[in-house]
Design a protein around this ligand. Structure first.
Ligand SMILES: *Cc1c(COP(=O)(O)O)cnc(C)c1O
Length: 426
């Protein structure tokens, strides 16, 4: 029987048998013991599934990955040490040196750096397109060596909501997977796989943990992309891997298992961005209340956005839940129950006024963090996005006066009172 998302948040991924621990056990062990070398050898050859070294896999992590997999409606999933690692692995698992990837320009600043600077040095070329591009513009961006399309459900911090179906359609028309970072929406508010996305990534550091305790990430495979149908594009999945006695991932592990098995067996083995089982435990605690918390984050976001919109000292407000917002209709389609608790706005007086406003906040703290139980705020142009020039900022949907206000779980009345007094004191 399939349970609702709320129930999966609480109980998914782990069903203890008679006499077993109620809460997921933390397997605080780097390694696992075997009776014979032959037993262990089968694991190294990917002939049997099991654990031998926590850099590749750990049972605690796998329980939490299984919950996330169920929440997103995927076929397989893995945890990573951070959201950065998740996005790097998800893209690098299909794109090599000499390949090309299309990405929405409205993405997290760290992801932009990863793609435009670091992965470019690795020989992967990115084309950044506005999330509002026409289908024709999107179509024209493909090259013979394009291997994936990437976007964010709700862009951090621009709050652009992606027309998922537009990107899915273009990716599939060109025989490549669509990868989507679903961090801000969480599977509670949006399940991109239901709209055709192939790979979903998360920075679990944000709402999924939700308490500012653990940096982490996750990758979930929908298990629907047919690698063999586009075998020439994805040799890493469709030709023998010599480091595992010539197995072919797409043949041996099928649609549902090839992507995550390759990602674990090659990328986790070689780069080692594993999440600690202790962190996986914390993430699971966060997941147990995610559905309840998201509702409150969204309620607070809505109330704060409506207040900001009504105050003449605020020059503009972006929140996809505000009627009239550029993304209101798209958000209604993909996230009918709410988007997230993050509101972006500008204070009259530009950059200087924004800085003064933030200094006067008492409840809301200045942090790079976002999507936390405690309300926090940030001026991206002087923090997360400071590597970008003005043109790049504009393309990423970040104006110099933008304040990112991440509504926590406090009372909305207290948050609004805090904003009011800070505006009074500019
Ligand atoms: C924070 C964030 C990331 C990076 O995640 P880390 O866990 O900080 O490495 C990626 N994508 C989005 C949308 C984020 O908000």
């Amino acid at each position: 029987m399939a349970y609702s998302k709320d129930t999966v948040c609480v109980q998914g991924g782990y069903t203890p048998k008679n006499g077993e621990p109620r809460q997921i056990p933390i397997y605080q062990s780097t390694t696992f013991k075997y009776d014979t070398s032959e037993d262990m050898g089968k694991l190294f050859d990917l002939e049997a599934s099991g654990y031998f070294y926590t850099r590749l896999q750990n049972p605690t992590n796998d329980l939490v990955a299984a919950k996330l997999c169920e929440l997103e409606g995927g076929s397989a999933a893995m945890l990573t040490s951070s959201g950065q690692a998740a996005n790097f692995y998800a893209v690098f698992n299909v794109a090599n040196c000499g390949d090309h990837v299309i990405a929405s320009s409205a993405i997290y600043g760290g992801t932009y750096n990863l793609f435009a600077v670091t992965m470019k040095k690795m020989g992967i070329d990115f084309t950044f397109l506005s999330p509002d591009c026409t289908p024709e513009e999107l179509d024209a961006a493909f090259k013979p060596n394009t291997k994936a399309v990437f976007g964010e459900t709700i862009a951090n911090p621009a709050l652009a909501v992606l027309d998922i179906e537009k990107f899915v359609k273009a990716a599939h028309a060109h025989g490549v997977p669509f990868i989507i970072d679903n961090t801000f929406a969480t599977p509670v508010n949006c399940r991109p796989i239901e709209w055709g996305a192939d790979i979903v990534t998360h920075s679990t550091t944000k709402y999924i943990d939700g308490h500012g305790s653990s940096v982490g990430g996750a990758i979930i495979d929908a298990g629907k992309f047919d690698w063999m149908a586009h075998a020439d594009k994805f040799p890493g999945l469709t030709t023998p891997d010599d480091s595992y006695h010539g197995i072919v991932y797409a043949e041996k592990f099928g649609l549902g298992g090839a992507f995550i098995t390759k990602c674990t067996a090659q990328l986790m083995r070689d780069f080692g961005s594993i999440q600690s089982p202790q962190h996986a435990y914390y993430i699971n605690l966060g997941l147990e209340s995610l559905h309840v918390r998201m509702q409150r984050h969204c309620e607070n976001g809505q109330k704060v956005a409506e207040f900001l919109q009504s105050d003449p000292r605020v020059s503009w407000v972006t929140y996809p839940g505000l009627p009239g917002d550029k993304y209101y209709e798209i958000a209604k389609k993909y996230m009918p129950n709410g988007t997230c608790g993050v509101v972006s706005f500008g204070v009259k007086g530009g950059r200087k006024a924004a800085e003064s406003f933030m200094k006067h906040l008492k409840l809301a703290a200045i942090e790079t963090h976002v999507a936390d139980a405690r309300t926090c705020c940030l001026h991206p142009a002087s923090a997360t996005h400071r590597q970008m020039n003005d043109d790049e900022l504009r393309a990423a949907g970040v104006s110099p006066d933008l304040v990112r206000f991440s509504c926590g779980l406090e009372s909305a009345e207290d948050l609004i009172a805090d904003i009011k007094q800070a505006l009074d004191n500019i």
